[in-house]
Design a protein around this ligand. Structure first.
Ligand code: GLP
Length: 237
């Protein structure tokens, strides 16, 4: 697999554990270089071994600000299925992260809640490092196809593919149908992006994302023009 852009750095590791170690090293390097880094933090299964590896290493994160990437609309931060709760259990708490910027997913005005989250990110000076996973349909966060590079932070209706891929997080309940996501505009403006991809089930979408045309039908394809490092296992390549 040949990445198309000179800006994309593709690191292929033998195993998911090697991916976790490599990705953890990149995050560690970021927070050593800038202790008050703003990190956009994906949840989902893929980055969990990376966060566990980071928790073993315990870099100093007390000045870091963790920014929530996405959330189900109307799901409270106290709900264990909320993406906020997942970020708290896997990232902010075990790593001793000092500051958190989150969506108000219970707001009666989801548009205003998104505008507020985007304004908070801009007030921080943007995103130093965006830690991302790859949706099976090519989404980033919940930027569902079609989303172009200028898609803002906003409420979205989840696609059938995302309802399916998120079903294991919610079973036996149904996945909420709407969500809030940090926009493509802010993700692509990050000073660095780290995309973690593991497993054979992501191979086809990773190939199209790196080698295909940039298209709203595959939002992650716009990362080809971003300062991107992909850390992937052999199965995904
Ligand atoms: C989910 C989330 C994303 C996540 C992606 C991949 O739907 N909205 O933030 O990065 O899909 O999830 P996983 O790593 O479990 O495959």
């Amino acid at each position: 697999m040949t990445p198309p852009s000179g800006r994309v750095n593709l690191l292929v590791c033998d195993t998911p554990q090697a991916v976790a170690e490599r990705a953890a090293s990149l995050i560690e390097r970021q927070v050593r270089a800038k202790p008050d880094s703003s990190l956009l933090v994906a949840t989902g299964n893929t980055p969990m071994p990376t966060y566990a590896e980071l928790a073993r290493r315990k870099p100093k994160m007390s000045e870091v600000c963790a920014i929530q990437l996405d959330e189900y609309l109307g799901v409270s931060e106290h709900d264990p299925r909320s993406l906020y709760g997942w970020m708290e259990r896997s990232f902010t708490r075990p790593l001793g992260v000092g500051r958190v910027l989150r969506f108000d997913a219970m707001s009666a005005r989801p548009d205003a809640a998104c505008a507020e989250h985007a304004a908070g990110i801009r007030t921080l000076g943007g995103i130093d490092l965006a830690i991302l996973g790859l949706g099976p349909n090519g989404h980033l966060g919940f930027n569902e196809p079609p989303s172009d590079a200028s898609a803002p932070t906003r409420p979205v209706v989840l696609s059938a593919a995302s309802l399916l891929s998120n079903a294991p997080y919610w079973a036996p309940l149904a996945v909420p149908r709407q969500a809030l996501t940090v926009g493509m505009d802010l993700i692509l403006a990050a000073r660095a992006c780290l995309l973690i991809v593991t497993g054979e089930h992501k191979r086809e979408v990773l190939g199209r994302m790196l080698e295909g045309p940039r298209t709203p039908q595959l939002p992650a394809s716009y990362l080809q023009d971003a300062p991107l490092t992909v850390v992937a296992d052999r199965a995904a390549c």
